[in-house]
Design a protein around this ligand. Sequence first.
Ligand code: NI
Length: 199
Amino acid sequence: MAIRTILRDGDPVLKKRCHPVTRFDRRLGDLLDDMKETLGQAHGLGLAAPQVGILRRAVVVVTDLDSNEMLELVNPEILDAEGEETGWEGCLSVPGLWGLVTRPAWVRVRAQDRNGDWFEAEGEGVTARCFCHELAHLDGHLYTELCDRLYTPEEVDRMEAEAEAAEAAEAEAAAQAAAEPETEGAARPDGQAEEDGQP
Ligand code: NI
């Protein structure tokens, strides 16, 4: 196994459409092994063959974030998709930047394994996002095409903190609104509670 160099955005190879894999030989096995090792070392969630300069339809996707389990997909295609989810997305070919992308919330894919046997796999949330992102690489597309703009990690952190604060404030306001009429209404069933209750 070997670590391969990950191509960066701007490299024309990343814009090309990949050819189907037709030979399920040792070379394909070596490529998939190298891709997994490269992905693991880069701490990414997915890697497509064109990102390491190979114009073949093969990707690896992390399907379990806890165990870092990876799934190899050769000649993959999306069979079915449901729902919508907008979330942060990054790419090892676009290091240090993030974008908000809307993807299906759930997808079912069909692919071949390294021996050429077909199988189906499902993914939701981040895994569905990964399947879509990696499969797009095989047609020469990067997630950045789907974003209005890209954000630095600091900007992402700030936006996340702001969203959390807004959510907390909203929850607190909702809790207050829910609590107030109930206590006052119970004391004054004549409906005057709100007027009389205020100083
Ligand atoms: Ni990518």
